[in-house]
Design a protein. Structure first.
Length: 199
């Protein structure tokens, strides 16, 4: 009969931080293999000599395999955290009430034209070219969209490609929908911008 205190089972080896692949590569075959005489089990009894396990745990090969495993776990954890952050930001964007400034039509037109003039004055060529038809409506939507820029703070916490593009698209859609609800005369232009965004 084998003294079980000198051996460790595969489950015991895993509790020490080993994976099945590490056991196969670094330990190889079990030191004791056969049927457990104390009870019937369909799987054979496999035991590894504890001294051999501890000896392998001190090798550079084990250290390299352990650090690779730790990196894999860290990467997976970062992915889970990023996905959780993405879901939280999307939920916040969906729940946030969008408050569009309410202005009389003449005041909105004046502010939109002034805003457009300031934008084109900064750009190349100045702002002296005649405006094409329908420009005032586009300018008004652009002005209102700029007035709602504070809602972009909802995107804080999303970095790189981890859901940022999806969250930006959802936010813009919600902003245009809010503008269309507040100013029904601008709904067509808002729908056009949403359609361009979701192509």
């Amino acid at each position: 009969m084998t003294d079980r205190s000198l051996y460790v089972s595969p489950a015991g080896v895993r509790r020490r931080g080993w994976t099945d692949a590490m056991v196969r590569e670094l330990l190889g075959l079990p030191d004791v293999q056969g049927r457990d005489p104390r009870r019937y089990a369909p799987a054979p009894l496999r035991l590894y000599l504890l001294a051999r396990v501890e000896s392998v745990e001190r090798t550079p090969e084990f250290a390299a395999a352990s650090s690779a495993l730790a990196r894999t776990h860290r990467t997976a954890a970062v992915g889970v955290l990023a996905e959780g952050r993405r879901a939280a930001v999307l939920a916040a964007i969906r729940a946030e009430p969008i408050l569009v400034p309410r202005l009389p039509a003449a005041e909105l037109e004046r502010r939109a034209a002034r805003h457009r003039h300031l934008l084109t004055a900064r750009g190349p060529g100045g702002g002296d070219a005649p405006a094409p038809a329908g420009s005032l409506v586009r300018w008004q939507v652009g002005y209102l969209r700029q007035a709602l820029v504070r809602y972009e703070t909802l995107l804080d916490g999303l970095y790189g490609d981890t859901g940022r593009r999806e969250a930006e698209r959802l936010l813009r859609r919600r902003l245009y929908e809010a503008i269309a609800a507040a100013y029904p005369a601008l709904a067509r232009e808002c729908a056009r911008r949403i359609a361009l965004e979701w192509r």
